[in-house]
Ligand binder design. Sequence first.
Ligand code: GTP
Ligand code: GTP
Ligand code: MG
Ligand code: MG
Lengths: 274, 292
Amino acid sequence: IQGKTILDAATEEELEEALLSADVSYETVEKIFERIRESRQHADGVQAALKETLAGMMGANTSQEIATGDTPPTVVFVAGVNGVGKTTSIAKLAYMYTQQGKQVLLAAADTFRAAAIDQLEIWAQRVGCQIVKHAPGADPAAVVFDSVSAAKARGVDIVIVDTAGRLHTRSNLMEELKKITRAVEKANGRGPDETLLVLDATTGQNAISQAREFLSAVDITGLVLAKMDSSARGGTVISISDELGVPVKLVGTGEQLDDLKVFNPEEFVESLFA
Amino acid sequence: SLTSRLQGVFDRLRGRGALTEKDVDEALKEVRRALLEADVNFKVVKEFVTHVREKAVGQDVLESLSAAQQVVKFVRDEMVALLGQSDPRLKGADSPPSVILLAGLNGAGKTTTAGKLALRMKSEGKRPLLVAADIHRPAAAKQLATLAEQVGVPVHTPLSSDTAVGVARDGVALARRESLDPVIVDLAGRQHADEDLMRELAEVSRATSPSEVLLVLDAMTGQDAVNTALEFGRHVPITGFVLTKMDADARGGAAISIRQVTGHPIKFVGISEKMDGLEPFHPDRMAGRILG
Ligand SMILES: Nc1nc2c(ncn2[C@@H]2O[C@H](COP(=O)(O)OP(=O)(O)OP(=O)(O)O)[C@@H](O)[C@H]2O)c(=O)[nH]1
Ligand SMILES: Nc1nc2c(ncn2[C@@H]2O[C@H](COP(=O)(O)OP(=O)(O)OP(=O)(O)O)[C@@H](O)[C@H]2O)c(=O)[nH]1
Ligand SMILES: [Mg+2]
Ligand SMILES: [Mg+2]
């Protein structure tokens, strides 16, 4: 569409397919076209109109910063459905903070899945950060309470909470999630400073219902888009940002500790059409 | 729902007699929308809709609800035909032990499925061996060993210096010595663009001559399901699919895409995190779910 000031039928179809193949929802594609057509003869061409529309939907002015609490420790709470990349993203975030000279403590609050605690423990060793864990099967809320209390006592800067994967359709698991976040409040006098929902970039339209359901259960303040090193382009986050106002903050681009980047909306829009 | 949206379309067309191409196109726009919203790959949707269009033009629009139901029934029947049979049987090797490889993207559910398959084989009177050939992910062997203990099946885990091929080979040798059959090999998750890991996968397959290579795919996978199925299929002889996390509310359109594009059967679906959460694939149930 470079250089065009009007959208012809053939270009429209091509653009539509590019967006749909990137997992942008049908509804959002229609909305994008409405907005481009409204600015029908955009002075700087269709490409500019498109970028402007997408930037607007992605909340161009919202911050990609991870929040910092008024008093330490800052608590970052991580949630999401099964297998999306929570534990690995937490390891990467812990590494990022450790590189910045911060003291990090991981709360091994996935007490359910086989070898979940072992997995996080190995990551803590590799990062060189602290970890608080209980026995498998223990109450995750108790792990969180102990972790945050320990962090306060030891003057730790950041606590990152790992939780078990859970389907947004399981109301009992969503209730458990609320209970675990309340444990942060009990220990720290306030809820988590940042609650990140991890999404798998290869997931289709279900990502939108995941975001909607998790947001109705807990105060999701940001998204981590993991596995963006796949050929999937994660277009569902456009709908999530536009409809629910939740910004993408971090992007996972591989399985190693340094495979985490701060989200860049312009780069993301470029990659949609790669 | 698709039926109510189609009813709206046919309300506007009622009393016009036979469906013209333009009428059918309007109805098919709704079918297209439903399939895209269900994560069916956009190219597959195009082909599917073209196929449906050929059959639909010329039919009479009698009463709008029955016309809508007619189209939905027609689309559903085409979908069921496309999705194939319900056949959970796994092929055995000419001489034991049979080897089943589990491959797929990161986090798809391979390790969990390995445990479930082992339990299923055991309940069929077999003596399976689980092999923890994921040497990459932290605590992967421990995860599989824990599941093996839960289902009461032996497991072969790696020595510290092992390669994936080494572990897989040793597992098959152990099975042969101990008369265990089948050998269920759990492998590391990988992206199809990762050349080194795709090479590793191909090597494991060549070294173990599996009678089944199951691609484990998350039911909520979006448009990329086609790339995944095709690319993995280029490196190993995929014999079937397992669709996991079907207990979520994803419509599962990836099932249509991978069937259309590879022709391989969907053998099982994962319906929970528990070891008994594996069921044979049912095309009629899947079609109903995709159409919402
Ligand atoms: N290629 C790639 N793999 C990733 C990325 N993030 C995580 N993974 C992999 O995805 C798989 C699952 O990651 P986990 O961190 O265990 O996911 P999880 O959400 O904690 O899973 P559960 O706790 O079981 O729900 C592992 O193989 C990770 O190495 C990423 O950005 N890129
Ligand atoms: N609800 C549900 N969860 C499942 C199902 N299958 C697997 N899981 C969960 O999905 C997450 C990932 O499963 P794994 O078996 O670790 O996935 P994997 O493919 O082995 O992951 P990698 O080895 O890292 O690529 C875990 O939390 C599992 O409990 C299923 O059918 N339903
Ligand atoms: Mg985890
Ligand atoms: Mg695994």
